[in-house]
Design a protein around this ligand. Sequence first.
Ligand code: GDP
Length: 294
Amino acid sequence: MFDSLSDRLQGIFSGLKSKGRLTEQDIDSAMREIRMALLEADVNFKVVKSFIRSAKERCLTAEVMDSLTPAQNVIKVVLDELTRLLGENDAKLTLSSRIPNVIMLVGLQGSGKTTAAAKLAYLLKGKGHSPLLVACDVYRPAAADQLQTLGDEMGVKVYRGDGQDPVKIASEGVRFAIDNLRDVVIVDTAGRLHVDEDMMAEAEAIKEAVTPDEILMVVDAMTGQDVVNVAQAFAERVEFDGVIMSKMDGDARGGGALSLKQVTGKPIKFISAGEKPDSLEEFHPDRMAKRILG
Ligand code: GDP
């Protein structure tokens, strides 16, 4: 996903490394190139602006400029700033002592919610939990079947309920988990093509009925900067705790993922990169920043 940004940054850094001592002008021109590289990677304009301002200020200190390896220090500054952009510290899934914990997934249709719900169940199962998937997308007829198929593949029980009331299914799902000794309930909700009133009202009603310990919004990394707009629109109505960024294996330029935390204040907690059960990973800002810098 970040291949072309990585290539650009590596090119800029190898130019700096070949110089030995650096002048203010060298820093200026490197920052200009980094700015271009970030904008071309589709990073939000305001985010780029503050990134460059802060990186430049830190690079122009005596500590960097007068050091024996100024280029290495510039790279270190960029790495730090990139890590900060991505969220600095790991934003972990917070499970409480309540049994069952309830995790609710929200997001637009096609964002990868159902897939992420199943993969999250698989990940939690691997950590010794006993998850239950609850199919609350009653509008897309194939959604419950899809969740069932994924659940069967991963050896995770799926609660489907009957009827067309997602709030009732969610509540019944929690009751089912209590009766069947499941310690984490993952509620897959319905998405719409756009953030709209019906979707928000339904998400709020489910939230009220099952009081989730964690609400995760699934966003599709392939939608570029729109990721940020969708997350922001959502955050204004339904308070969520973090983001699962899906389709990180695609060839999008990655700017949405890089802008999200700064613009919306919501941390990325998981990334999903593929269709396999184990392709959901906890997100580590420092590792991702290192990967981007190559
Ligand atoms: P939902 O409508 O939000 O529940 O979305 P789905 O879970 O049905 O996903 C929509 C499509 O995206 C499906 O074809 C999934 O197989 C695909 N998908 C989901 N996550 C990923 C991912 O991380 N990588 C790739 N390549 N495809 C994904």
